[in-house]
Design a protein around this ligand. Structure first.
Ligand code: NAP
Length: 297
């Protein structure tokens, strides 16, 4: 079995490669079917998903069984001022992959985001809820989803949120660094979502990819919280003496509008395979332990 991971040097791509090489995640073992598979991790330097010709010739030569697309323009604020960049990487790139996968009869797991939702719900979004993104990032990711659905039968679209992995930067690492250097930090308390450990997400992606349960999935850490409470938990778990002060989104203006409530319910995951996503506090605890022990900041 041939597996290709695009955007392999990102947070999620790195986690997938690690789990595939170890045969297990922090949740548990992955299927033994992965034992003898040929895994190729490629990032923009090796394969730019926006380059239609390069994608087509790569697929003609490789004919992968499973493609996991982790490549994206994930800087939500930068997308606001680089609309073409967001369109290319988050929409055209997945379209290229979907067309190439259809031709070579490959399955595609494409990763999307909670930011496809407007944020006006008061209960967690389910897979059937209507998307209406309010940022360029969310719009470009939504179009990427649409292209994948249009072009490829054998697809999984997996929406996740508030992701943190061992490689690269994220909110948890930022808070750990601030906590070491400062006595206090202001964090917004009026945006609600689901912190997600990339290792847990990667485990579920690999479980899904072996099935024929195609469709759209939500896959986030279980339980919801605000960025403020998330930051408080990080300081507590890392035993950092840094006071977290709640503030409003209005007090902390950013170029991109974020949904105020984008909690996702892993409904399809529960119905089709098991939802073994850990409660967000538990997954965060093991992440912080490893980051501090192995000095990964
Ligand atoms: N991070 C989050 O909080 C979050 C939340 C919800 C959903 N997601 C989704 O989850 C997925 C994985 O996110 P992540 O945090 O692992 O992302 P990430 O760490 O930003 O990694 C993305 C990788 O894709 C690469 N890339 C960018 N343009 C590319 C191109 N044209 N061709 C090939 N590779 C390209 C990036 O390279 P450069 O670094 O050189 O640009 C980077 O290595 C994405 O689909 C993202 O939209 C993330």
């Amino acid at each position: 079995m041939k597996i290709v991971i695009t955007g392999a040097k990102g947070q999620l791509g790195n986690e997938l490669l690690t789990i595939l090489s170890k045969g297990k995640s922090e949740i548990g073992k992955i299927s033994s079917l992965y034992q003898d598979c040929e895994v190729t991790g490629l990032d923009i330097g090796e394969l730019d998903i926006c380059d239609t010709k390069a994608i087509n010739s790569f697929f003609e030569n490789t004919r992968p069984d499973i493609v996991i697309n982790c490549a994206a323009m994930t800087n939500v604020d930068a997308c606001e001022s680089n609309i073409e960049g967001a369109m290319k990487v988050n929409a055209i790139g997945p379209r290229n992959l979907a067309i190439a996968c259809e031709r070579s009869n490959s399955k595609l797991v494409h990763i999307s985001t909670d930011y496809v939702f407007p944020g006006s719900n008061s209960t967690p979004y389910r897979e059937w809820d209507t998307c209406n993104p309010n940022s360029i990032y969310g719009k470009s990711k939504f179009l990427g989803e649409c292209y994948v659905r249009q072009q490829l039968k054998h697809h999984f679209i997996v929406r996740t949120a508030w992701l943190y992995g061992y490689l690269g930067n994220n909110f948890v690492k930022t808070m750990l660094n601030i906590g070491k250097e400062k006595n206090e930090v202001k964090v917004v308390d009026d945006q609600i979502g689901n912190p997600t450990n990339a290792n847990d997400l990667a485990h579920h992606i690999l479980n899904l990819a072996l099935t024929e349960e195609y469709g759209t999935y939500h896959c986030t850490g279980n339980g919801e919280t605000s960025w403020y409470e998330f930051a408080c938990q990080i300081m507590k778990l890392a035993k950092l003496d840094c006071k977290v002060i709640p503030c409003s989104t209005e007090e902390y203006p950013r170029p991109a509008k974020r949904p105020s409530f984008s909690s996702l319910d892993n409904l399809a995951l529960r119905c089709c395979i098991k939802d073994e996503m850990r409660p967000w506090q538990k997954a965060l605890k093991s992440y912080i332990k490893k980051v501090l022990e192995e000095n990964l900041i």
